[in-house]
Design a protein around this ligand. Structure first.
Ligand code: SAH
Ligand code: MG
Length: 215
């Protein structure tokens, strides 16, 4: 289990959430078989509710993988909401394109291939909502590169911020993840104490942080 909540809580929440079918289910199976990290069920559900409340017109995602979360977000926003998603691995971009092209959302999702930090420095569009779900050791760098692209009253949602509980307890940290854990802690400290922003950390899935831009 994820070491974030007690197993019985996580199992219970999973048991009440609805099962997907169709291409989302297929992508879940593919991700599991190929060890590709996609957002967890309860994270997807939180995203969907937030998107319905927020009604963003322009979403930026950092970390496309096979396009699963981009499709979840597309399915919870209206037809005039565009999603730009960045992925550095070319093979993932190809896979995501193939998966997205099969759906009714293909005209609303644009994939940019390259390193996010580099791509972000060349974007001049502004976004209502940013979903951060790429290399965990680079979150602070991604945040600093994208915060000026976020509109006032916009939201940054960061996934995996508690990283299997390791961020909250040294007892859980495995040696080769030490640097990532240290950086995630720095990230959470940064966004939690940043003037002009209001953040919270939600211990579901692999840990999610919400950061609201006030001005
Ligand atoms: N959001 C996806 C999962 C993303 S997994 C979903 O839930 O369906 C993280 C992805 O981020 C990986 O595919 C990885 O290649 C990509 N990534 C990691 N570092 C990156 C960077 N610096 N720039 C762009 N993509 C990056
Ligand atoms: Mg994730």
């Amino acid at each position: 289990m994820g070491n974030i909540n007690k197993d019985y809580i996580e199992e219970y929440i999973h048991s009440v959430l609805p099962e997907n079918n169709g291409y989302l289910k297929d992508l879940e199976v593919y991700a599991k078989e190929n060890n590709i990290p996609i957002i967890e069920k309860e994270t997807a559900q939180l995203l969907k509710v937030l998107l319905k409340i927020y009604e963003p017109k322009n979403i930026l995602e950092i970390g496309t993988a096979i396009g699963y979360s981009a499709l979840v977000m597309a399915s919870s926003t209206d037809a005039n909401c565009n999603i730009t998603t960045i992925e550095k691995q070319f093979n993932m971009v190809k896979l995501a394109e193939k998966n997205i092209d099969k759906t009714e959302y293909k005209n609303r999702i644009k994939i940019l291939n390259g390193d996010a930090v580099e791509i972000l420095s060349n974007l001049d569009e502004k976004f209502d909502l940013i979903f951060l779900d790429a290399a965990k050791g680079q979150y602070l760098q991604f945040f600093n590169s994208c915060k000026d692209l976020l509109k006032t009253k916009g939201l940054i949602i960061s996934d995996n911020v508690l990283f299997r509980g390791m961020v909250a307890s040294d007892k859980l940290v495995i040696r080769r993840k030490k640097t990532i854990v240290k950086r995630l802690r720095e990230y959470l400290n940064h966004i939690s104490n940043l003037e002009g922003y209001e953040s919270c950390i939600i211990p579901i899935g692999d840990g999610i942080a919400l950061t609201y831009k006030e001005e």
